[in-house]
Design a protein around this ligand. Structure first.
Ligand code: 9YW
Length: 450
């Protein structure tokens, strides 16, 4: 449907539908990422979901993050999936394939979890939740403040884990050991690094389940990609998920500039909360130090030729210059000098990105329509993800760019006004793609509307 053909429901109807999606996906203790495709809790989804829930019921929003924190590994890692019992047979790879409870001394036995992590957006969510709760009455405020007090040490432990175990270069560019950890599973950012992953002949056989649940297999990663995904899990199993041995042995080790930018800004948010709530000064100073180091590391990745930030393959030493949403990472955390930042903003507004007149909504596509890797229907290879629009809008507001933040909100709502709450959208037609009634999409729509 072209932009002009869209019938847009009034905002209160869209908000009611978004609330209905979150309620529908609520199992009681957690809101699954999506009704059928993703019947478990995903780490960064849970953070965004809690922001949406905060508009409906602060207590329920807090409970969502409590559920995630209850699955925290003893070393501090927040696992990327917390498995529900009901969904265990529905999703692959499930708890048996990961086997974390049998292989790692750090993993919880109840609930069962995966053995990798996702981007650390949680402190951002806690900060936003507190803001929303403070607009309400004393009960909401009290609930949120109590939650900040009890979750702060857990968030600190999570950030410390990342700083201590995921900075192999020692300069603040944090590494992922699996594309899934970036949250952008099949982004062309990872193609060259995955080319170096050679699945062994002893990769145990498996059956994918995702393909039964989307209309078109072409929207999902390929089988060859899946073999590599599973091989990396196999490598981690073989070292018992020990964080340092994983970094030493994984055939995939990439400095993720987008995750690093999120870490930098989330460290600042957590430090600010720590100051307000009287947390230990040494820990606040550590957070500020990690923020500074990672912010500088993000700025140092910028390619002078293109102006975009880049990931770095720690195994091959190569920079990764594919034009993806990650190129704008410095806008999330700041740290560029004025000229470089202005240049990056004009790339963002230009014809290869948000200024492309063919876009349904002026939100950053996951891959530039001008890049050879662009595939408009395929997951992280081109579609727009509403939740990423929210993250940029939030960052712009934090950085004092109110007008840009507002534009992002309006454009995000334009994309989501079809009421499908799709996982991702075709950037040129606005067609909803992937899973529908996706929780984090509903959550960010609620935050945009309320
Ligand atoms: C998968 C749940 C997750 C997100 C990821 C997204 C997708 C899971 O869905 O990955 O099995 O493909 O890439 O960012 O957390 O919404």
């Amino acid at each position: 449907t072209a932009r002009t053909d869209r019938r847009e429901p009034p905002p209160n109807l869209l908000a009611a539908r978004a609330a209905y999606v979150l309620r529908g996906n609520d199992t009681g203790s957690l809101v699954t990422a999506a009704p059928r495709l993703y019947p478990h809790m995903w780490s960064w989804d849970a953070a965004f979901i809690s922001i949406g829930l905060a508009h409906l019921d602060v207590g329920r929003a807090v409970a969502e993050l409590d559920t995630l924190f209850a699955a925290q590994w003893s070393g501090g890692m927040l696992p990327h999936i917390v498995f529900t019992e009901d969904g265990a047979d529905e999703y692959f790879p499930g708890p048996d394939r990961w086997g974390t409870h049998e292989l790692s001394k750090h993993a919880p036995r109840d609930p069962l979890t995966s053995g990798i992590c996702q981007p650390p957006v949680h402190a951002i969510a806690v900060g936003r939740l507190l803001e929303i709760a403070r607009r309400g009455g004393a009960v909401d405020r009290g609930e949120a403040e109590g939650f900040v007090r009890r979750s702060w040490p857990k968030l600190y432990a999570w950030h410390r884990w990342l700083a201590e175990h995921r900075d192999p270069g020692g300069e603040g560019l944090l590494a992922v050991v699996h594309g899934w950890e970036s949250g952008m599973d099949n982004s062309p950012r990872w193609d060259s690094a995955y080319a170096g992953v050679r699945p062994g002949a002893d990769l145990p056989p498996y059956v994918r389940r995702d393909l039964r649940l989307v209309a078109d297999a072409g929207m999902r990663p390929s089988d060859a990609e899946y073999d590599r995904y599973l091989w990396l899990v196999e490598e981690m199993r073989r070292v018992g998920y020990d964080p340092d041995r994983v970094v030493a042995t994984s055939s995939f080790l990439v400095g993720d500039v987008f995750l690093t930018a999120i870490f930098a800004v989330a460290c600042d948010v957590l430090a600010e909360l720590g100051e307000e709530f009287g947390e230990p000064a040494t820990q606040i100073a550590a957070l500020r130090g990690w923020a500074r180091r990672s912010r500088a590391a993000v700025a140092a990745t910028v390619d002078p030729a293109t102006g975009l930030a880049r990931d770095r393959d720690f195994r091959s030493g190569a920079w990764i210059g594919t034009r993806t949403i990650a190129g704008f990472a410095p806008l999330l955390c700041g740290g560029l000098d004025r000229a470089a930042e202005r240049a990056l903003l004009s790339i963002l507004d230009g014809p290869d990105w948000c200024g492309n007149p063919e876009l349904t909504a002026a939100l950053v596509p996951s891959t530039s329509p001008a890049d050879d890797a662009f595939r408009p229907r395929q997951y992280w290879r081109g579609p727009q993800w509403p939740v990423m629009g929210w993250l940029f809008g939030w960052s712009f507001a934090r950085r004092g760019w109110a007008e840009r933040a507002e534009r992002h909100r309006v454009e995000g709502l334009r994309l989501c006004s079809d009421g499908a709450f799709a996982e991702y959208y075709h950037p040129l037609t606005g067609e909803p793609l992937g899973s529908f009634d996706q929780s984090w999409t509903a959550a960010v729509v609620l935050d945009w509307l309320c």
